[in-house]
Design a protein around this ligand. Structure first.
Ligand code: GDP
Ligand code: MG
Length: 370
């Protein structure tokens, strides 16, 4: 049901909270300033004040924010977005660092030096791959919990000397639950005790049937440390990507998801946004979770300023009015009025939810004391 706090109702009518409370009393409703009342009651109050009520609901504010499906003709192929998962110490960070060095665009100019939560490499074939640079399951599940499904392919890292471990199984479960295909990187094959076939056999026990066993999950034997077979891993990712036939319309207003966000001295709130549809440009106005802003600058993983970012491109966005959270949606909108409306609506909604939660909490405490 739709609700509003007494304070918010007063704000929107530009009336004193005390007067709203008095009016509520007249209507037989005893409420405090922070209390939540239902929409019907609020409407009565509004009429008492001689205003005309206009209900703003999810339907009004949120619908049309994300534009409808694109036509087949508008869809262009886009790079895959890859998340690396696996057991602790199996080499996730090492592999992400190694993959960074496969980029041919960086040259000697400095390479991918910025840790912005995601980076894109262009491999020698000219293909591009986007890596989410925060390995681990927490980031993956936190994003999914917030409704952000950014990952196209999971690279499951399994150390060949260690085999399947608890967090490997957890990673498999996450990938399966999200219906994201896996490519298994059997790492540390430089070690004498490496036993890649044992890894393949063990995977079978967790419903991961690798190609060598008649399934469709690719495995690649690599060494992140010695940089062995990184090209083969790239090939496997690109093949998987081709099978998925990943596409997006670059020619529309941008939509994406926050991968990482923080407050930085001198720069304000910055967030790394992974663009999923459309193209984001400097000057665009946007809504992002409960926040909004206008793109002041876009910065890539090499620390360079760019004018625009299209599908599967991770980019650092400057120009937020507040700090969003990882997993928040990011939507370019037509103007500031729309951005303010949506952001304001979402903040109110959030406050009301928080209030209901804390009210419930204090009620429970009260009953505990009795
Ligand atoms: P993470 O916890 O999964 O991120 O693992 P790290 O990347 O931090 O690696 C854990 C340890 O394994 C480090 O000491 C790495 O140097 C080592 N390591 C990573 N990859 C390899 C590899 O291919 N071969 C060997 N011998 N050691 C590796
Ligand atoms: Mg690590």
């Amino acid at each position: 049901p739709e609700t509003i706090t007494v304070q918010e109702l007063a704000n929107r009518m530009a009336e004193r909270g005390g007067n709203v409370i008095k009016t509520l009393m007249k209507l037989g409703v005893m409420a405090t300033i922070n209390q939540v009342i239902d929409a019907d009651t609020a409407e009565l109050v509004v009429e008492e004040f001689g205003h005309k009520a206009k209900r703003v609901s999810d339907a009004d504010v949120e619908i049309g924010l994300v534009s409808g499906p694109d036509t087949e003709a508008e869809m262009m192929s886009r790079p895959p977005v890859v998340t690396v998962m696996g057991h602790v110490d199996h080499g996730k960070t090492s592999l992400l660092d190694a993959m960074r060095s496969t980029d041919v665009v960086s040259g000697e100019a400095g390479g991918i030096t910025q840790h912005i939560g995601a980076y894109q490499v262009q491999v020698p074939s000219g293909d591009r791959i986007t890596f989410i640079d925060t390995p681990g399951h927490a980031a993956f599940t936190a994003m999914r919990a917030r409704g952000a499904e950014v990952t196209d392919i999971v690279v499951l890292v399994v150390a060949a000397n260690d085999g399947i471990m608890p967090q490997t199984i957890e990673a498999i479960r996450h990938a399966q639950a999200a219906k994201v295909p896996m490519v298994v990187a059997i790492n540390k094959i430089d070690l004498p005790e490496a036993d890649p076939n044992r890894v393949r056999t063990e995977l079978l026990q967790h419903d991961v049937v690798v190609e060598e066993m008649g399934g469709d999950v690719q495995t690649v034997e690599v060494s992140a440390k010695k940089r062995m077979n990184l090209d083969k891993l790239v090939e496997a990712i690109l093949l998987q990507s081709e099978i998925l036939d990943l596409k997006a319309n670059p020619d529309r207003t941008a939509e994406g998801a926050v991968v990482e966000a923080k407050m930085e001295r001198g720069r304000g709130s910055v967030a790394t946004v992974l663009i999923q549809r459309g193209t984001l440009r400097v000057g665009d106005t946007f809504v992002c979770g409960k926040e909004w802003g206008r793109v002041r600058a876009l910065v890539n993983e090499r620390g360079e300023r760019v004018e625009e970012a299209g599908p599967s491109v991770p980019v650092e966005v400057l120009g937020f009015n507040g700090t969003p959270e990882a997993g928040d949606d990011f939507i370019a909108v037509e103007d500031e009025a729309k951005a303010r409306e949506v952001s304001g609506y979402r903040q109110r909604k959030d406050r009301e939810t928080q209030f209901v939660k804390s009210a419930r909490g204090s009620m429970e405490q009260m009953f505990e004391r009795i």
